[in-house]
Ligand binder design. Structure first.
Ligand SMILES: Cc1cc2nc3c(=O)[nH]c(=O)nc-3n(C[C@H](O)[C@H](O)[C@H](O)COP(=O)(O)OP(=O)(O)OC[C@H]3O[C@@H](n4cnc5c(N)ncnc54)[C@H](O)[C@@H]3O)c2cc1C
Length: 262
């Protein structure tokens, strides 16, 4: 039997107070959490729905950046004229997540708090050097995703928004699982001034950067500049969908495609 109370938080403060109870859990789009409950992998005493907290939703331009509220759905990011203008690669990436049902329910806050090793947003956030805002502080992209399904969030911390600075050029390429559409390997490349960031999802237990590619691309932002940079397969994911060796190969292929398209 399921035994939990369901409450719609009236405000961010209300959600935070309720989350102080260690057995309570936030629910956003429910796309990951509801299956987790159905499989009995989580057993909260209270589900705190963030759906009614108005100031967690929406997309706004903030100088040379775009700020996306935690409860903003993937479909809204994909369609947003502001995201398309400031970071078009991010809008395109959101349109590659799952299927229409997932994109119309799933949220950016839920996706990054969950930190699935094959999720797309972690690559965008790290490559674009975004800042995660919570009800307590701001967390730099490089410090947010710590391990498989782990983040820097404290148990009672709530993601409120993510701020993405505008890059000069960016692109995301994903080799997807044809059934779930999760990334077998996804590579997000972003160039801002002389600085290039390359972030990889799906290949390892957690999103990671490729410093050798970043250095080569900072000198010459061309696919040829990285064609000989091989990724070691040590520690990469290996499953029925792809071996670690194949994933390592895909990182180079996806990175070159992303640079060509950026
Ligand atoms: C069939 C299928 C295919 C999918 N394909 C992809 C894909 O291709 N790429 C991809 O990236 N993802 C994919 N997803 C995942 C999808 O993007 C979900 O949106 C995401 O995993 C969770 O977001 P959610 O809003 O549904 O969060 P929920 O399921 O409601 O919550 C997930 C976790 O985050 C916590 N949480 C939620 N909001 C917050 C917050 N604001 N602050 C702190 N913690 C919070 C919850 O307590 C829970 O632990 C897929 C999911 C499904 C079911």
């Amino acid at each position: 039997m399921y035994e939990f109370d369901y409450v719609r938080a009236a405000s961010l403060d209300d959600a935070a107070k309720r989350l102080a109870n260690a057995e309570a859990k936030l629910v956003a789009g429910g796309m990951t959490l509801i299956p987790t409950l159905k499989m009995r992998l989580a057993k909260p005493s209270e589900l705190i729905d963030l759906g009614g907290v108005a100031n967690l939703k929406g997309i706004s331009e903030d100088g040379n950046a775009v700020v996306i509220g935690a409860m903003t759905r993937h479909a809204e990011v994909n369609r947003s004229p502001v995201v398309k203008k400031v970071v078009p690669a991010l809008a395109a990436m959101a349109g590659m997540i799952g299927d229409p049902a997932v994109r119309n329910r799933g949220t950016i806050g839920g996706s990054i708090a969950n930190n699935d090793p094959a999720a797309d947003y972690p690559a965008a956030i790290v490559a674009l050097n975004a800042t995660v805002r919570t009800n307590k502080r701001e967390i730099a992209a490089d410090n947010f995703f710590t391990a498989m399904f782990e983040t820097a969030l404290a148990p009672d911390e709530i993601v409120t928004a993510v701020r993405f600075p505008k890059p000069d050029a960016a692109n995301y390429q994903k080799f997807k699982n044809p059934a779930s559409r999760y990334a077998i390997v996804g590579v997000f490349v972003a160039k801002t001034g002389g600085n290039v960031r390359v972030a990889v999802t799906g290949a390892g237990p957690c999103v990671f950067r490729v410093p050798e590619m970043e250095a080569a691309l900072a000198k010459s932002f061309t696919p040829d500049a990285i064609k000989d940079i091989a990724i070691k397969d040590d520690g990469l994911n290996s499953d029925i969908h792809a071996s670690a060796e194949y994933r390592a190969h895909l990182v180079n292929v996806m990175a070159r495609r992303a640079v060509a398209a950026a």
